[in-house]
Write a protein that binds this ligand. Structure first.
Ligand code: KIV
Length: 276
């Protein structure tokens, strides 16, 4: 294909959401984000979302793992690249998995650079507050946009002891507020706030300059994110903060049952499905 043809194709494509445009939506129209892990799902969600998050929640949704701790950088890169192939206009953000960034800014840069180079995504997300501020500043100063993730941080499940809501006591409330200030000051272009008491989410949203994206936080955040499988009702049990917009698990089981019955009764395939 000639360079001209490539440029013409690019001109015809819808403009992809950029990090500055996403950041500029603070206190404006709420930002819509969902997780996605595959190209086809990204294609379906893309017209409705400002951002698609390739979350390390793929541990549970795709791989049946008990937590996000075992997720590797290679897994995130494979799914990140698939989502970028499926999404045309949403900002694609890829989660940095546990163990790929916590050693320090240089390890974080090496891992995040791989993510951006090998997936074509525009930004990475990493968990942690004040302790991660130096890494966020280092990445942001070197061309890697970072979405921070504070409050309930699932990669820290072994320290937290579970997935309960955070910020109930005064000390924890103050620590999470300080985390938000630290990651925002370090240059995060947005901050996911997960599983915190609502007054804390509202106070953070009021205090920091970049958008907050809530999950189990508050409708007053600058945007919302949900795990797509939770929102579609793929699992029987979900957290209190999930709103189900469908019950796909039941519909998939119904379809599989109908198919199995047709095969067993030799009702499928029918003439229209056969080559003469
Ligand atoms: O991994 C994920 O899906 C996430 C969202 C829950 C924010 O981090």
């Amino acid at each position: 294909m000639s360079t001209t043809a490539t440029l013409n194709a690019a001109a015809a494509a819808p403009r992809r959401m950029t990090v500055p445009a996403f950041r500029a939506r603070k206190r404006a129209e709420p930002l819509v984000m969902l997780t996605a892990y595959t190209a086809r799902m990204a294609e379906l969600l893309d017209p409705h979302c400002d951002a698609l998050l390739v979350g390390d929640s793929l541990a549970q949704t795709i791989y049946g793992l008990p937590s996000t701790v075992p997720v590797t950088l290679d897994m995130m890169i494979a799914h990140g690249a698939a989502v970028v192939r499926g999404a045309r206009q949403a900002l694609v953000v890829v989660d940095m998995p546990f163990g790929s960034y916590e050693e320090g800014p240089e390890q974080a840069f090496r891992s995040a650079a791989r993510v951006l180079k090998e997936t074509g995504a525009s930004a990475v997300k990493l968990e942690g507050g004040q302790a991660m501020a130096p890494a966020i500043a280092y990445l942001s100063a070197r061309g890697i946009p970072v979405m921070a993730h504070i409050g309930l941080t699932p990669q820290a499940v072994n320290i937290l002891g579970g997935y309960g809501a955070r910020g109930r006591g005064d000390a924890e409330y103050a620590r999470i507020a300080a985390d938000a200030a630290a990651v925002a000051d370090a240059g995060a272009f947005a901050v996911v706030i997960e599983g915190v008491v609502e007054p804390l989410a509202l106070a953070i949203t009021e205090a920091i300059a970049c958008p907050t994206i809530g999950i189990g936080a508050s409708a007053g955040c600058d945007g919302q994110v949900l795990v797509v499988d939770d929102m579609l009702g793929m699992f029987d049990r979900t957290a209190r903060f999930v709103k189900r917009y469908d019950t796909l698990s039941a519909r998939i089981q119904d379809a599989a049952r109908d198919y199995a019955a047709d095969v067993r009764a030799r009702r499928f395939p029918e003439a229209e499905h056969l080559y003469g």
